[in-house]
Each structure stands twice: as C-alpha cells, then as structure tokens.
Design a protein around this ligand. Structure first.
Ligand code: HEC
Length: 228
C-alpha cells in the first residue's frame, strides 16, 4: 500500500512540474529592475508618463500635490512639468480623453493605470512597453509581443527613434517605476519606516539581553541561592 501511494505521489509531482514547465514557456517577460527609492527615476518617469501616456490613461487615484510631496518637487515645478493648463495641484490625475471618442478610436476606453503595477507587475509593464513590433494588418501598424492584438498604439515610438537602446530601456524603466509608485505610494514611507523599526528591535534585543543577564546573576549566584 505504501509503495502504491509513493508511486502515485511521484506521478503527481512529475505531471505538476511538466505543466509548470509548459506554462513557463508561453510568455517571456524581461526583468524591469525598477527601484522605487530612486527619486530621479521616479521624477523622470512622472514627466514621461504625463507627456506620453496621460492623454489616454488616467491615474485617478493620484493627486498632483501628492506627487510633488513624495518626489521632492515643488508645487510650481509640478505645475510647470507635469500639469496641463487650467488644472489645480490638488486635483486627481484624470485624462482629457472623452469616453465615447475613445471607444470609437480604440474599441474601448484606455484603462485607468492607478493599480496596473499591482495587477500585472512591473516586469509585465516593462516588457509590454518595449514589446511593440510593426504589423501592417493592424490599425496602428503595430502589434505587441506581450499583449497580442493590443488596441494601443506604440506611444513611445518617437522616443525609441531618438534614443539609444540603453537610454530607451532606462526611459521605459522610469515610467514603470513611476507606475509602481502610483500603485502603492505608501511603499516609499513603509520601506523607510521598516528600517527604523528593525533597528529599534535590534537595540531593544541588546538591552533586553543585558537586562536578562543582570536578573539571572541573582538567580544563579545571588541572594536566593545562598539562602538554601
Ligand atoms: C493613444 C492612446 C494611448 C496612449 C497614448 C497610451 N495608451 Fe496604454 N492603452 C491604450 C489602450 C486603448 C489600451 C487597451 C489595450 C487593449 O486592452 O487592447 C492600453 C493599455 C495599456 C496597458 C495595459 C493595461 C491593462 O491592464 O491591460 C498599459 C500598462 C498601458 N496601456 C500603459 C501605457 C503607458 C505607460 C503609456 C505611455 C507610455 C500608454 N499606455 C500610452 C491607449 C493608449
């Protein structure tokens, strides 16, 4: 009976690993290597996002003045570099694109990207933005390796033409980094806070250790011992 169960387990493991291998082969994602603590990268990503993406995509969970605060920018720098005329710094970052026009042009409204880094992950976004290739059968003349038949044009084509390969990768990395930050702005504070909490715990451990030694001195050699 035992051998029977063992063989069964072996077979199950074998087929499970086969299916993992098979599914792994379907889609190759490049690693984004983003770093949310890199403020310069986040600032550049914000600027690129506003220039190349916000015409179609909203990030409506985010306000301009929150970006100013988190990315160490003054309100006036944000107004100058990131905002369109007539907007206020306290406003949410919506898009100017009317929904009915969007449906006509793209067959759907371009999705809000507030949480896309959390639903798809940074590697996916990085690979998607770098994954456009020419395809004349499509309306916009491009198709995408990561999202087949995507109804989004290659928004970064002019950047791709004017930058070297490495520069373009860095630009895409910065946009991806910015979207990662947008997905969870508190991450900036959370990770910084984590280091403080851990150092506090280490200090507390050292102090408690010496306190314990002090108490046990009495238990081992002290007054109670000598009494018996
Ligand atoms: C001309 C309009 C337009 C521009 C500009 C544009 N997009 Fe898109 N984007 C779309 C549309 C439409 C879709 C939906 C594609 C689909 O599902 O086929 C999309 C989809 C996406 C998705 C996938 C979202 C999901 O959850 O499936 C991401 C990520 C994305 N865009 C990021 C960007 C970034 C970053 C930029 C700026 C570099 C950008 N887009 C510029 C129209 C646009």
């Amino acid at each position: 009976m035992k051998t029977y169960i063992r063989i069964k387990l072996l077979l199950v493991t074998f087929f499970l690993s086969l299916s993992v291998l098979a599914s792994g082969g379907e889609l190759h994602l490049d690693e984004a290597h983003t770093d949310i603590s890199n403020t310069a990268s986040l600032q550049n990503g914000a600027k690129l996002f506003m220039n190349y993406c916000s015409g179609c995509h909203a990030i409506s969970f985010m306000r301009y003045n929150r970006i100013a605060k988190d990315l160490s920018l003054s309100d006036s720098a944000v107004a100058e570099n990131l905002m369109f005329a007539g907007e206020k710094v306290g406003e949410l970052i919506t898009t100017a694109m009317p929904e009915d026009a969007a449906s006509k042009w793209f067959g759907g409204v371009p999705p809000d990207l507030s949480l896309v880094a959390r639903s798809k992950g940074t590697d996916w976004i990085y690979s998607y933005l770098r994954g456009f290739y020419p395809d004349d059968s499509k309306v916009f003349g491009v198709n995408n390796k990561v999202l087949a038949n995507a109804s989004m044009p290659d928004a970064l084509w002019s950047l791709k033409e004017n930058q070297s390969g490495a520069e373009f990768d860095q630009s895409v990395r910065d946009i991806t980094n910015f979207l990662d930050y947008v997905g969870e702005p508190a991450k900036l504070i959370r990770t910084g806070l984590g280091a403080w909490v851990l150092s506090f715990l280490v200090l507390l451990f050292v102090l408690s250790y010496f306190l314990k030694k002090e108490y046990w001195k009495d238990v081992k050699y002290g007054i109670w011992r000598s009494r018996d």
